[in-house]
Design a protein around this ligand. Structure first.
Ligand SMILES: [Zn+2]
Length: 210
């Protein structure tokens, strides 16, 4: 039998090949109900969200969805960074000092508000490390209706890069990964890397069950 560990500072990130990434995540029906991230003791939704933010910062990401930490619920966090205008190399401002705002979205519902597609950004994913690709077509602008950590209904409009982040994260809640939006020839190009991730994902799952 496995023993549950106390809450970590950051969560292990589930890798490509982990079945949880392909599951449609469940609605959060009660924001006050405790949650259990697999492998760890139960805790509050707020604590999970905060640890997800820490996990995202540590991995230098712009968003992370609950399935990426093995929790199949409709929750994601994201961040908007200020552009790094520092010109002197090696003098990069710490990531956290560049945060303009962060987002915690429970039960997000995405509505496309500008159907024009954009494919000019390079996209990546914390669950598919070191693979970055252009050409993922995303709607230019979206509205996201969601609940905050207290269960209040909120709404936010986003365009360009932030709209892309929100679309990527909501995809995660539906079991969709960014590579799914690209021709299979792209995934085939990375067959070796992706197979290695699948092996690692299986090893990680075994480790979690110990
Ligand atoms: Zn992702």
């Amino acid at each position: 039998m496995s023993t549950l560990r106390p809450q970590p500072r950051i969560y292990p990130i589930r890798l490509y090949g982990d079945p949880v990434l392909r599951r449609k995540a469940n609605t959060v029906t009660d924001v006050t109900a405790p949650l259990q991230v697999p492998g760890f003791e139960e805790t509050s939704l707020r604590q999970v969200a905060n640890t997800m933010l820490e996990t995202m910062f540590e991995a230098r990401g712009v968003g992370i969805a609950a399935p990426q930490i093995g929790l199949s619920v409709r929750l994601f966090v994201g961040v908007e960074y200020e552009d790094d205008e520092e010109e002197n190399e090696g003098q990069e401002k710490p990531l956290k000092s560049r945060v303009l705002r962060d987002f915690v979205m429970v039960n997000p519902v995405l509505t496309v508000t500008n159907r024009k597609k954009d494919s000019s950004y390079t996209e990546g994913c914390l669950s598919i490390p070191n693979i970055y690709e252009e050409g993922v077509r995303r709607a230019r602008a979206v509205r996201v209706d969601y609940q905050d950590l207290d269960g209040n209904l909120k709404s936010i409009e986003a365009d360009d890069y932030l709209a892309r982040v929100f679309q990527h994260e909501v995809d995660h809640l539906n079991g969709i990964l960014f590579l799914d939006h690209l021709p299979t020839s792209v995934s085939n190009q990375y067959r070796k890397e992706l197979s290695a991730m699948q092996r690692q994902a299986r090893a990680d799952l075994k480790e979690l069950e110990r």
